[in-house]
Write a protein that binds this ligand. Structure first.
Ligand code: SF4
Length: 223
């Protein structure tokens, strides 16, 4: 039975240190051997030990006060990271530049790779022609493909200690993360319809009506 923690009010259970016995699939009961395996990793894996400790120190130090960039800086300092790589979307080049300036001021060495590096044509990597040049919503996209593979390989070559994603497209962020040798954190998650705040759609009635309409269209298309 797969866990479905999103259906449980964890505030009354695991956050208080106890499992939810009233549902049939609380992993603390159903998968206790996996929970124990996780606990063992916190005790034996040096990287997990250090990152877990540092993440909690950062959380406790700046709770509700620090922006994510400051959390990232403090985490990187605590981990003794010296060199930070930025894998950024061309559309967020200003944000990348500003991030680099701030990181430099905090003493980090920064290198970065733009998503269009390599200038590979979309048609060269099997992207159907109809999905190049213009979006279906009428915006210019260009003919050059995003290149998360080269972004990862170039930052690997620079031997970064940590890589930050700045607005890579959904999917390209996955490819980048798969290939990056350094640990990856997302500084900015791309969301073109909101100001790069993917959670925003969950907080507004607009989100509910958007998905209700979209589901109706998808179901119609299926028939
Ligand atoms: S681990 Fe158990 S208690 Fe915690 S949220 Fe999941 S189901 Fe609920």
């Amino acid at each position: 039975m797969d866990p479905t923690c999103h259906e449980c009010n964890s505030i009354s259970f695991c956050i208080l240190g106890k499992p939810n016995k009233s549902i049939g699939n609380c992993p603390m009961i159903k998968n206790s051997e996996i929970e124990n395996e996780a606990l063992n990793l916190y005790k034996t894996d040096e990287i997990i030990k250090t990152t877990t400790k540092m993440a909690s120190i950062v959380e406790a130090s700046g709770y509700l006060l620090w922006p994510r960039l400051k959390d990232t800086i403090e985490f990187a300092k605590g981990m003794d990271f010296k060199k930070i790589g930025l894998a950024f979307c061309v559309g967020l080049r200003r944000e990348a530049r500003k991030t680099a300036e701030i990181l430099n001021k905090y003493g980090f060495e920064v290198c970065s790779v733009c998503c269009k590096t390599g200038a590979i044509k979309k048609t060269e990597v099997d992207i159907p022609k109809e999905y190049t040049i213009f979006s279906k919503t009428g915006y210019p996209l260009g003919f050059v493909s995003c290149n998360p593979v080269a972004q990862a390989l170039l930052l690997n070559n620079s031997q970064t200690d940590l890589n930050l994603i700045i607005g890579l497209c959904v999917g390209h962020d996955i490819t980048f993360t798969q290939l990056s040798m350094a640990p990856v954190s997302t500084l900015i998650a791309k969301d073109r319809s909101n100001p790069h705040s993917p959670a925003a759609v969950l907080y507004t009635p607009y989100g509910d009506s958007y998905f209700a309409k979209d589901l109706k269209i998808s179901q119609k298309e299926k028939k």
